[in-house]
Design a protein around this ligand. Structure first.
Ligand SMILES: Cc1ncc(C[n+]2csc(CCOP(=O)(O)OP(=O)(O)O)c2C)c(N)n1
Ligand SMILES: [Mg+2]
Length: 632
């Protein structure tokens, strides 16, 4: 087709027509890359993208309540789809646009593709300052959308309709690249969105972006095999990359043959099923005794698809063997190089397969294997113990999470993000398929839960989706309950009401700060009472059940463990999003297991409790390592 036989379209129409033609292919399977569009209209996009979406109903538009929530839903969708499909999120200019910045950070930090199209101020400028415009006296080439730059993996502003021809292919290249993916932002000035241009017909050809399975450098893999053969206490740290690569079977095979035990990160939980005898479970700050014990003495850590956040490394204290070395399998050179590790830059699945072949005949000492399996067993007993606690008068969080685990279908998705729940779930959740445990813990963003649940359910409508949300997160962002009801994507929401920020309360107490500012209570004597005030406080009378009911959800309010189990039984039978509310004890917590997290403690204080906490902090701070010895 000649380049000249073009189609005269508005920039918005051309953009959508192009997006509809983008496909990804991995292992021979092809899918359209975009499942549709979430958004809210305003004057900054109604006549541009709004008009184009109306005219193209086959690119489905979903109306949401909050632009931040839209990006969470898109990111969760992409996470469930192993990054092979995502959503476009659109907003008006100004506050609608900046609402998406938090979502962009979630997506970029978690390495999840989302395409953000915030409206922008008039490119032609003559009517400036327009409603919601940020003015600056030293430049006219600036708007609030510049704030997206640090949280986007690719950022552009489309000031002329023909710029799409150059910008969109870059945007899709970044979104579909396992190494580069994250939020991509194309800021769309409101006037340009509606301007027409003769786009070459070839621009709208179907394009298939193949997701490669790059194999690592041959010499590096051979060196890795040598290192593994000569190690005595190797362990694997399985991160999100294992799951995104679809490498869970390859990992199981590798572990079966070599006997190397596995600790799982927040994003990597589900890399092995919970009952694999060599699955030591969660590692790091929120780790199990099994994984943290093995990590402490490991002489070789094989990180697969992990970023090594402080939660994974227990703030660089998890690996205490002075001779520990790292092999890092990662699609991203940046991550592969961490801890002076031997970098295997490549796809997790093919790299594991190659290593398996090179390690033919190798197996760890049987004593080491037996020790790992024994620790796994001991951990299962500890989970049983915590699931069986029947705390009174209010149930403990551990037993609530146990009930959800035991009473949800094995193929369900459990989703969570912030509060005291991620730590408990990382330790306690018994993962029964690789997508069973959906945790946003790169940004740990309060408000991800319900919006993310919507995205997860849209990605896997055949699965039950259980959203576990704290009262704090619920109050921050629960508006997509409405969208889930509008669109018929049923969620089962378990709202844990512990009258405040339990997680930060306990963190505060651990720093000697008495839970200040973390309870949902009225001020007393001119200040917000902390935990030292005990029960002599007036709680906020928030009726979560009524709140959820008012949005159209089916609601089951529970007072006890038994009522909760009955509610979980009933919730699978309802016809729409169902919110189960349950009060829980603020103080009964799941303990830490041989771990530490570096959170700053005041160096000087009037409070003796803070001075004491500082002393303990200094002792642990001294254990933090740089791993300078790790390299050659
Ligand atoms: C958007 C956002 N603001 C603040 C925080 C810091 N933070 C982490 S957990 C938490 C409390 C969450 O409260 P809730 O949802 O009730 O869970 P709980 O800690 O009570 O289990 C806060 C304030 C955060 N992670 N995200
Ligand atoms: Mg709470």
């Amino acid at each position: 087709m000649s380049q000249n036989s073009g189609r005269r379209l508005t920039m918005s129409q051309a953009l959508l027509a192009f997006l509809k033609q983008q496909y990804v292919e991995r292992d021979g399977e092809q899918t359209p890359f975009f499942a549709g569009c979430f958004g809210i209209f305003g004057h900054g996009n109604i006549g541009g993208l709004g008009q184009a979406l109306q005219q193209m109903p086959d690119f489905r538009y979903y109306q949401v309540r909050n632009e931040q929530a839209a990006v969470h839903a898109a990111a969760a969708y992409a996470k469930v789809k192993n990054r092979l499909q995502t959503f476009v999120c659109i907003s008006s200019i100004g506050p609608g646009a900046t609402n998406m910045i938090t979502g962009a950070a979630v997506a970029t930090i978690n390495r999840l593709p989302v395409l953000l199209l915030p409206g922008d101020i008039f490119a032609r400028r003559n009517v400036a300052p327009v409603l919601q415009q940020l003015e600056t006296e030293h430049s006219q080439d600036m708007s609030v959308n510049d704030c997206f730059k640090p949280v986007s993996r690719y950022w552009d502003r489309i000031n002329r309709p023909d710029q799409l021809l150059m910008s969109l292919p870059e945007a899709i290249r970044v979104l579909t690249s396992p190494a580069e993916t994250g939020a991509v932002t194309l800021a769309l000035p409101q006037d340009v969105q509606a301007e027409a241009f003769e786009y070459p017909a070839a621009f709208f050809r179907k394009r298939v972006w193949r997701i490669p399975r790059n194999r690592p450098d041959r010499q590096a893999v051979e060196q890795a095999a040598q290192l593994i053969r000569s190690s005595k206490r190797p362990m694997i740290v399985a991160g999100g990359g294992v799951i995104y690569s679809g490498a869970t079977d390859a990992l199981r095979d590798f572990v079966d043959r070599t006997g190397i035990p596995v600790g799982e990160t927040m994003a990597g939980k589900g890399s092995l099923l919970y009952d694999n005898p060599l699955n030591l479970g969660a590692i790091g700050v929120t780790g199990t005794l099994a994984a943290n014990r093995v990590a402490k003495d490991a002489d070789l850590v094989i990180g697969i698809g992990t970023r090594y956040t402080d939660f994974t490394t227990a703030s660089k204290t998890a690996f205490q063997n002075p001779a520990v070395r790292f092999i890092n399998v990662n699609v991203t050179a940046f991550d592969a190089g961490k801890h002076f590790g031997l970098s295997l830059i490549g796809d997790a699945m093919v790299t594991l397969e190659e290593l398996t072949t090179l390690l033919e005949g190798y197996h760890v000492d049987s004593e080491y294997r037996l020790k790992s399996c024994g620790l796994h067993e001991e951990w299962e007993t500890e989970v049983d113990r915590i699931y069986a606690i029947r705390n009174r008068p209010l149930p403990s969080q551990g037993e609530i999470l146990g009930a959800v685990n035991e009473l949800s279908s094995p193929d369900a998705i459990m989703l969570n993000a912030a509060g005291s729940m991620p730590g408990d779930l990382h330790k306690l959740w018994r993962t029964r398929h690789p997508k069973n445990y959906h945790m946003e813990y790169g940004y740990s963003c309060m408000g991800y839960e319900i919006a993310g649940g919507l995205g997860a359910k849209m990605a896997a409508p055949e699965r039950d989706v259980y959203v576990i949300v704290g009262d704090g997160s619920y109050l921050m962002l629960s508006s997509e309950l409405v969208t889930s009801i509008q669109e018929g994507y049923k969620l089962i929401v378990v709202l844990i009401d512990n009258a405040g920020f339990k997680s930060i309360g306990s963190l505060s107490r651990s720093l000697g700060q008495e839970g200040f500012g973390t309870r949902f209570v009225y001020p007393k004597d001119g200040a917000l009472p902390g935990d030292s005030a005990g029960d002599s406080v007036q709680p906020l009378a928030i009726d979560f059940a009524m709140n959820a009911r008012s949005l159209g959800a089916h609601v089951i309010a529970c007072e006890s463990y038994d009522e909760l189990t009955a509610a979980l039984g009933d919730a699978v039978k309802t016809d729409r999003t169902t919110v189960i509310t349950i009060k829980s004890d603020r103080y009964v917590g799941v303990p830490g297991y041989d771990c530490w997290w570096d959170v700053q403690v005041a160096e000087v204080s009037d409070m003796a409790s803070v001075r004491e906490a500082r002393e303990a902090w200094e002792e642990m701070r001294a254990k933090e390592r740089y791993f300078l010895e790790s390299g050659d």
